[in-house]
Design a protein around this ligand. Structure first.
Ligand SMILES: Nc1ncnc2c1ncn2[C@@H]1O[C@H](COP(=O)(O)OP(=O)(O)OP(=O)(O)O)[C@@H](O)[C@H]1O
Length: 289
């Protein structure tokens, strides 16, 4: 992979300044490439969400970024110092540059407002010059893109399945063509087949549009399938970072090894699986077994 860095995180430390302070993110250094899917793995409470919130400037007190910087190298050729963004700049940064899909985000849709209105609101807020007809066409196109179909534009969230609603949330996150999409357990609540379908689509969309993804989940087998690289977090630190294949074949850190062993499907006799490769470097011939 050539060096085309989208995001540089340096010496990043986040502490929850509670009575007994929690050092949730420790000395994180990370470079994310443009167009890369980075998987962030690690057990509950290791700091994955805190790190993601830092990147999206969603941290609230008592969380404090103690040290470090997070810089987005915008495709326009300038750098954005995320920690220094002011309120107005933040409005342009979120959704436009970086969007986030949360676990259970589908429940964030307002049940009594149509999908068309909820998608359209993103455009009327961020692209006020856009006509109503263009908003409708863009929204319909997004629904086609994520496999819900434009005929659902007039539907209300309660008329859609959980998988479809989660896809609508992904459509919202894609609406302004951000350079980075952070997905925090975006499919955990869905059944496995729906989850696989959605991940396949995300993988294809990133090939089509070239955005990067930080994908957070406990599900290491899933990460091995969809990620280019995987970062393993333990107690706030990134203890291992490497290509999915290297992590699978030769984990460096004993914790990664334990994590791999905790998924019998990966280590059993019939273990292994085929990556849903979507570029020439990840074809079905490169099954990880
Ligand atoms: N508002 C808060 N106040 C104090 N401590 C917090 C707060 N939010 C999170 N923490 C602590 O920070 C640490 C990191 O939490 P975080 O939610 O980032 O982990 P995580 O890896 O995303 O976990 P999960 O997979 O369960 O979402 C944990 O010890 C958690 O208890």
């Amino acid at each position: 992979m050539t060096d085309d860095t989208l995001l540089s995180i340096r010496d990043y430390n986040i502490v929850y300044e509670t009575e007994r302070p929690v050092h949730a993110v420790r000395d994180v250094n990370l470079k994310l490439q443009r167009g890369e899917i980075l998987g962030l793995a690690g057990e509950s409470g290791c700091g994955k969400t805190t790190l993601a919130y830092g990147i999206n400037r969603l941290l609230r007190p008592p969380a404090v970024i103690r040290t470090g910087s997070a810089i987005l190298h915008d495709k326009g050729g300038y750098d954005i110092d995320i920690n220094a963004l002011k309120v107005k700049e933040l409005r342009e940064y979120r959704w436009d540059k970086v969007s986030m899909v949360f676990q259970g985000a589908m429940n964030a849709l307002n049940p009594v407002i149509s999908i068309e209105k909820q998608l359209g609101d993103i455009f009327s807020t961020h692209r006020p010059q856009m006509s109503k007809a263009d908003r409708r066409e863009e929204s319909a196109g997004l629904l086609d893109l994520i496999g819900v179909g434009r005929d659902r534009l007039r539907s209300f969230p309660h008329e859609l399945s959980g998988g479809m609603r989660q896809r609508v949330m992904i459509a919202m996150a894609l609406a302004l063509k951000p350079q980075l999409m952070i997905m925090d357990e975006p499919t955990t609540a869905l059944d496995v087949l729906v989850q696989r379908d959605i991940l396949q689509e995300i993988s294809e969309l990133r090939s089509q549009f070239g955005f990067s993804v930080i994908f957070i989940t406990h599900d290491l087998p899933l990460l091995l399938e969809i990620s280019d690289r995987i970062a393993v977090m333990l107690q706030g630190e990134i203890v291992e970072l490497g290509t999915a294949e290297r992590i699978f074949r030769r984990p460096d850190h004993v914790y990664t090894e334990r994590l791999l062993q905790s998924f019998p499907s990966l280590t059993g006799e019939r273990g292994g699986f085929i990556r849903s490769g979507n570029d020439e470097t990840r074809t079905k011939d490169e099954a990880i077994v």
